[in-house]
Design a protein around this ligand. Structure first.
Ligand SMILES: Nc1ncnc2c1ncn2[C@@H]1O[C@H](COP(=O)(O)OP(=O)(O)OP(=O)(O)O)[C@@H](O)[C@H]1O
Length: 881
């Protein structure tokens, strides 16, 4: 058993050793594995570390890239925002106060947004914070009152400075006298750009604004446009101003009545489309998308509802000096009135397309709402009265009206007769001139500088009277009653509507003389009957006396139912109609109902005075005229007519025998260019006496007589004898020699007795078969010796034997002396021309008429021929012969 035990021990040992060996192996294996594992782990850890490092690097790199991209995006966005803001708020709407000045833009352009501060962005550049007010919405300011004041002042100044002066108007409601940024704007008040309503005024103010919105919707937008902004961008015109109401409440919840609250809601909803905007503080308003809320806080605490949560730094208020000077500037510009509109705005697209059969209608300008204001002359209203103090644009208005009419109606449809009683040549542009040969083809007559020649006004009225009768007769023949019917019945006839314009017509009616009396009678007849015959009168006057001259004739005034009043014109509208008192410059009130207030229409008149613009129109129409159309007659009271231009003189041709030689004496004052004449028939009394001391005029009349006679006779067919007894007339006589036949006899004081003896012989013993003899005697009162006695014989007996005296006596009484003194007969002087001789001295030569109303004036004479005249006529001696 010991063996077995040792055996067993051995075996156990062996087993143990084996086991130990096995365990060791296992341990070794395990350790190797551990080592490998540790190694692996170390490698994994190292790899992991390395990857983390790489990842971190990658992440950092990416983050860096993202940051950069973010900054780039932000900068890009901020830059775009800044650019957009600069475009949305150009000039005065966005410039910082340090370099701010007004930049008024056209009313047609879109309204800018207005800067109130700066968006605080992590960006180097500046992004302005803008508020959409004009044409877009309303603004509610809350928060710090002082900052709020600055915001309101800034907004208003930017709005005012961005548009044409007067296009933004302000109304302030400030019952608590908070000022609210408004105080500095006071200089706008006198020009009506700013007004304040007091406590209790909120209701009426809101009502007025609502009324404006309603009116603009109904009459301006009129269903065609959804807003003024849209209208402005479609038409380039903005007929209404922006009306901004600044409502500074007290913060009391009961400040607004129910009605006021309703009106406020209405304005919030509908105002902006009509340019009515609210800037509100401390008044509760409903939430609305078009109200920009400004939380006014100092520093970076401010917010704008339109900018979300972005912090905003509000601008300081505008410097007081800038506010004041800008407001003054705006007020001055508004007081001075708007810039003139161009004449072209009155012209039609196609010229000469209208028919005047029923009426003459043309625009005179635009209404304040931008719609054209048309003016009509027809059966009603037939005639117009225009009044405007000097310088208010009356002449311009007449031009504008004429331009608008002339462009629409051809000369076959419309004829103008123009007369200007004031000094100057305002209508002369319509007639051919030295520099410009064109004329307005519709114009038949232009009278300028007729202030002393009231007879010319009379002549025009007489002419129109004759035309009226001709039309009435034609109407009777065609059994019709008015122009439209006459034109339908007589389509080939020439029946244009006639518009006679008389500027400063009161000159014609002034005084209580025969001219005025006849003028009023003629006017009354024309005004009454002209309406149906297409004859329209337009009377213009600058002072109230002009209108008053008519006032005494209510029946006459009543016919002038179209009234046009320029700024400050008085009495042309109805007595209680004061619309003209508040008209801005270049505006007029047009009233087609005799001045009744309800018929007022305000019109802004374009600038038609501009010569170039006018002349472009005139030239265009002139080139379109038919070649037969004659140039208008130009009567210029300041010009001395020339015999060579006289149609009567030009028609004269020489003949061997002339039964009734015609003596021309001067130009008549008439619508047609016509010479005053006396016919020297073989009949008693056919002599001509020129009376007066004025040498030049007397010589002018005698020379005209001599030249016109000479033009009718072939050489040798008549005898001319010229005596010059006043050396002052020598030059005139000398100049005559070129025109008289070579065998003319010339005499002076030394030998005039020979001439008279000769002529006396012819006068007493000649025969009617003898050649006519014309004695042209200059200063004949100076005939020496028994010259007077011989002259008497010649005057009395000569004409029947074809011996005629054309003599100049240097005074009416000297003629009387020649004729044999006070009691002598005067019928040997069948025709006379009086120069500076008073009417009372002429009565002996003016049989059956008393004495003519004649007040001598330079280069005018009175002519009377007892064989043909009922009354004496004023004539203008021909000059420069
Ligand atoms: N609508 C207008 N637009 C621009 N300028 C105008 C307008 N109306 C008048 N003017 C200018 O005002 C000035 C006076 O105008 P205008 O001669 O027509 O006045 P008036 O009332 O006829 O004066 P007067 O009777 O003294 O001649 C002129 O220089 C004219 O060019």
């Amino acid at each position: 058993m010991p063996e077995s035990r040792s055996q067993q021990v051995v075996e156990v040992r062996a087993a143990l050793s084996h086991a130990l060996g096995a365990a060791k192996d296992s341990l070794d294996a395990a350790e190797t594995e551990l080592e490998a594992a540790l190694d692996r782990r170390n490698r994994v850890v190292a790899a992991a570390r390395e990857r983390r490092g790489r990842l971190a690097h990658e992440r950092d790199k990416r983050l860096g890239e993202i940051d950069e991209q973010h900054e780039r995006d932000l900068a890009e966005l901020a830059e775009t925002a800044a650019e957009t803001a600069a475009a949305a708020a150009p000039g005065a709407a966005g410039a910082p106060w340090q370099r701010w000045s007004p930049t008024p833009a056209d009313s047609g352009t879109t309204a800018p947004e207005l800067r109130v501060g700066e968006l605080l962005l992590p960006w180097d550049g500046e992004v302005p914070a803008l508020v959409p007010l004009l044409d877009r919405g309303h603004v509610l300011v809350r928060g710090d009152p002082r900052v709020g004041d600055d915001v309101v002042a800034g907004l208003l100044l930017r709005a005012l400075g961005s548009v044409t002066p007067g296009r933004v108007t302000l109304t302030g409601y400030d019952p608590e006298q908070l000022g609210g940024g408004l105080a500095g704007f006071a200089p706008l008040a006198p020009a009506g750009v700013l007004q304040f309503v007091g406590p209790g005024g909120l209701g009426p103010l809101l009502d007025e604004l609502v009324d404006n919105v309603r009116r603009i919707n109904e009459t301006v937008l009129a269903g065609e446009h959804s807003s003024l902004r849209e209208l402005a961008s479609a038409t380039g015109r903005r007929p209404e101003p922006w009306r901004v109401a600044i409502l500074l409440g007290s913060g009391r919840p009961d400040e607004l009545s129910k009605h006021e609250r309703g009106q406020l809601d209405r304005l919030v909803r509908t105002g902006a489309a009509c340019g009515v905007h609210l800037v509100i503080r401390d008044i509760p308003v409903p939430q609305a998308a078009n109200i920009e809320i400004i939380d006014a806080m100092p520093g970076d605490g401010a917010r704008l509802s339109g900018c979300g949560d972005l912090p905003v730094q509000l601008d300081h208020g505008p410097p007081q000096a800038v506010v004041t000077s800008t407001c003054r500037q705006i007020a001055d510009a508004v007081a001075a009135g708007p810039e003139p509109v161009a004449l072209d705005s009155l012209l039609p697209e196609q010229e000469w397309q209208e028919t005047s059969a029923r009426a003459l209608t043309a625009p005179l300008g635009d209404s304040p709402q931008g719609a054209p204001v048309h003016v009509t002359l027809s059966d009603y209203p037939p005639h117009a009265l225009i009044a405007g103090p000097s310088g208010t644009g009356k002449t311009n208005l007449i031009y504008a009206w004429m331009g608008a009419l002339a462009a629409r109606y051809s000369p076959a449809e419309l004829a103008f007769y123009l007369l200007d009683f004031k000094e100057g040549v305002s209508f002369a542009r319509f007639a051919p001139g030295r520099r410009d040969p064109s004329w307005l083809p519709h114009v038949r007559l232009v009278g300028v500088n007729v202030n002393t020649d009231r007879e010319f006004g009379l002549a025009l009225l007489r002419f129109l009277g004759a035309e009226l009768r001709a039309r009435a007769d034609a109407a009777k023949r065609h059994e019709v009653t008015n122009l439209a019917e006459l034109r339908a019945e007589d389509p080939d006839g020439s029946w244009p509507r006639i518009v006679a314009i008389v500027d400063e017509f009161q000159v014609l009616l002034s005084g209580r003389d025969a001219v005025a009396a006849e003028a009023v009678d003629l006017l009354e007849d024309l005004a009454r009957r002209g309406r149906s015959q297409g004859i329209h009168l337009v009377l213009a006057s600058q002072d109230v006396s002009g209108i008053e001259a008519l006032w005494g004739r209510p029946a006459l005034v009543a016919q002038f139912s179209l009234r046009i009043a320029l700024p400050r014109a008085r009495r042309v509208l109805a007595e209680t109609n004061t619309a003209a008192d508040v008209l801005p410059r270049y505006h007029a009130v047009v009233n087609a109902d005799s001045g009744a207030v309800e018929a007022n229409r305000v019109v802004r008149v374009p600038d038609a005075g501009n010569r170039e613009r006018w002349s472009a129109l005139q030239h265009r129409l002139w080139r379109r005229r038919t070649q037969e159309l004659p140039a208008p007659r130009l009567f210029d009271g300041d010009a001395i007519p020339r015999l060579d231009d006289s149609p009567d003189f030009r028609r004269m041709t020489p003949a061997a025998t002339v039964a009734a030689p015609v003596v021309l004496l001067g130009e008549t004052i008439d619508v047609e260019s016509r010479s005053a004449r006396t016919v020297l028939r073989r009949a008693p009394g056919r002599n001509i006496a020129v009376m007066g001391t004025r040498v030049d005029e007397a010589c002018a009349v005698l020379n005209t007589a001599a030249r016109s006679l000479a033009a009718q006779f072939e050489p040798g067919a008549a005898q001319f004898k010229v005596a010059c007894l006043d050396t002052d007339a020598a030059t005139a006589v000398e100049s005559l020699k070129a025109f008289l036949p070579a065998d003319t006899g010339y005499y002076d004081a030394d030998n005039v007795d020979l001439l008279l003896e000769d002529a006396q012989d012819r006068a007493t013993s000649g025969t009617s078969a003898d050649k006519p003899m014309f004695l042209l005697l200059y200063a004949v009162d100076a005939a020496p010796g028994n010259g007077a006695a011989m002259l008497r014989t010649i005057l009395r007996q000569g004409p029947e034997r074809r011996v005629h005296v054309i003599g100049w006596w240097r005074g009416a009484s000297l003629l009387r002396d020649t004729l044999g003194g006070q009691a002598s007969r005067t019928d040997v002087i069948g025709s006379w021309v009086a120069l500076d001789v008073h009417g009372s001295e002429l009565s002996p030569y003016y049989p059956g008429h008393g004495s003519p109303a004649w007040y001598p004036r330079p280069w005018r004479a009175l002519h009377f021929d007892r064989s043909v005249h009922r009354g004496a006529e004023v004539i203008i001696p021909y000059g420069h012969q």
